[in-house]
Ligand binder design. Sequence first.
Ligand code: VG1
Ligand code: CO
Length: 544
Amino acid sequence: MPVTTITTCPFDDQKPGTSGLRKKVKHFQQTHYLENFVQSIFASIGDVQGKTLVLGGDGRYYNKQAIQIILKMASANGFSRVLVGQNGILSTPAASVIIRKKQTFGGIILSASHNPGGPDEDFGIKYNTSNGGPAPEKITDAIYAKTKEISQYLISDNSSEIDLSQPGTHDLDGMTVEIIDSVHDYALLMHELFDFTAIRDMISQGFTLCFDAMHAVTGPYAVEILENQLGAAKGSVINGIPKEDFGGEHPDPNLVHAHHLAELMFSPQSPDFGAASDGDGDRNMIVGNNIFVTPSDSLAILTANAEHIPAYKGKILGVARSMPTSQASDQVAKKLGLDSYETPTGWKFFGNLMDADKVTLCGEESFGTGSSHIREKDGLWAVLFWLNILASRKESVADIVHKHWQEFGRNYYSRHDYEAIETKAANQVMANLREKVKNLSNTKIGSLTVSYSDDFCYTDPIDNSVSEHQGIRIGFTNGSRVIFRLSGTGTSGATLRIYYESYETNPDNMHQETQQALSELITLSVEVSDLKALTGRTEATVIT
Ligand code: VG1
Ligand code: CO
């Protein structure tokens, strides 16, 4: 076999973050940079001889070139088969579906998710294991360790490129490369989970929707499922053609970046339902006519309404949320007698709970919701879950949300991001807070009394692995919380995220403006963290 061994030197910055390794495209294009990381993956996942790998990405700039390189390395390292999404496209949830369905050894997903794309923007790579989920920390730690000592990698010297544009089978030095339909298996699974007939009937009776694919990977999935299979009018999916630079925009489904959709949903022309997804299709934003559903509320509402979905009725084993996600889902779990779990930020922490049948539904405040149908969060799945609830309850999004608050209380929630802070200053903010929270219990800040404060440390209940420093929490006696953590997905400087939550059970106070309702927490968080003095910042860059 034409395997070439290439001598290389380690890079010192290949530590995977919250979800894989993300860097600027130009950084990835440095000689050996991508190859070193891929070889480190292959060296960390066990014997790959004769195994099958899934490979695809969100279609961003450098996706196709990276696929050709990884195919040659997979062949040289001994994989026997690689399943590649047509044109190199696989959404993150679709990759998870295929890994599970075809029972492959694992998969490589090329994406920097919601980060912008293009020659001067971001690229990313992550490895998913045979359960279809993001590699757990013990594997990402092993990959990082390899990147620090790597001295060579294996690659085929075959100079031909595999044609990714047509489904079919190719040979690459004895390894089979199978180009597969990117949408088919995913759409089939959605069909199994949800009542497509009920949703189709609702749409045929005049229900309207708008799905913003943000020029990212979900376009082809949404057109097939929402328009072709469920009968939504042509054009219900907007920005549906994936572009290498996402049309120059930020493929992050929130009210700030999906502003066209937001404007539409709060206008007199609003359809009944609006939704958006991110670069790699695992996030979702849900909007109704004149109402935005926070991702934390969305998780709670899906949990409370699971009985409306045939595949989930009576089958919810438990619900998990990441620590900064609001406690709205805990309220539902308590009332329904379900177990609830609190994990660190990042989908990889849900995998063990789902594999052990402890939880069915999972969610993060960062527009991520999903279930044990796969091991990734899943944007279109959340949209279909909502559509199925709407078809079954025959009520508006606003009515469903408002009734939910009446029944379970309202968790006001917001996240303030301070982007591109100098790394040193951001680390200082966290270091100071880490010291400060040791002595805050029972003290008063403003009108609030601290009931607990700590640096969140998680012990996985399944494998007992410990993850420290997962965010500073300050909890108050009235149930409010403020959380501080640094982002693990950015590519320039540091991003400080401050999360705010307050809990309201008085029906008279349930319709306040969110920032107003959280204003005391916002003010005290800026003071407690010395934000202005340490970073010079007084205003958040993005508020969601
Ligand atoms: C962010 C979110 C986190 C999410 C992660 C990956 O991480 O906060 O909840 O799991 O992105 O999502 P961080 O470390 O920047 O806060 V995705 O859709 O970017 O893969
Ligand atoms: Co994503």
